[in-house]
Write a protein that binds this ligand. Sequence first.
Ligand code: APR
Length: 316
Amino acid sequence: MSDSKRFKIGCIGAGNVGATAAQYCAEMDLGDVVLFDIVEGMPQGKALDLTQAGPIRNSGSLVKGTNNYADIDGSDIVIVTAGLPRKPGMSRLDLLEKNARIVSDVAENLRKYAPQSVVIVVTNPLDVMTYLMMKKTGFPPERVVGMAGILDSARLRAFVAMELGVSMKNVDTMVLGSHGDEMVPLPEYTNVSGIPISQLLSKERIAALVERTRKGGGEIVALLKTGSAYYAPAASAARMAEAVCKDEKQVLPCAAYLSGQYGLKDLYLGVPVALGRNGVERVVELKLTVEQSAALQKSAGEVRKGIEELKSMKVL
Ligand code: APR
């Protein structure tokens, strides 16, 4: 039997987030995975190791490691985690420029080898890198989407569940805006099996959990000391790949291209979207309060600043 109908998932960057995303995709048996990195031998070694875990984890996914872009040929989905982490002494602008150059290089290869793919961007600064990926691939905006909101909302869900001693599976929430300090968590859309958290927690406790969510990435960096979070970011990216593979159209918070929704145009920002086989199939517009709207505009302002910086660096 031909296996040509199996999904092909490319993971560009085989570091902490990329290799773990490959692991989750393989464990979910979403299809076969190609793990690409510029470091020789490393993606091949990790891929072989992951494939050998398959029979034990009851997965049929083959994972192939490579340094050759031609191997991602015809991928249905590509998860992009290639990039540098911020190193001591490196300015924010320096990081922006370095990662922009990496993402531009990846985009060129996706144009060539995976022109029909849905691209899930993870590289930071997320909203700006997702915009750059869309521009450099020339793909329709709905086929380029950024991973942030699922991670940020998962953090808030976990904190609420830990606080209340209930299952994380019962907690639902929504986080809008850019991935970073200017994210816009929405306690009004947070509930435990339909019960609004305002009935379960005091205003002060909710505010504290929201603040911890905002600083969720930094809390982990401070503990790890030598790197940043990767299990939950990878799980979030794999969750998006799953929604695309299974054509779920499930509403999830993702960085999506806005063309007038929420009064915003020509940028990527975290909003609820229906994610399916074609990528972002719908942007859901929530009714926001004046404060929430102002916070979203502020968030958008930060992303615009990043886009302008790319333009002044002549990357865009
Ligand atoms: N093409 C492909 N891969 C590249 C390139 C490139 N031009 N440049 C660097 N890489 C690879 C590195 O070799 C490394 O294996 O990207 C990988 C990044 O992995 P890590 O350094 O482990 O970083 P990780 O923790 O996975 O984070 C990756 O995701 O969450 C974001 O902020 C994070 O931007 C960062 C990205």
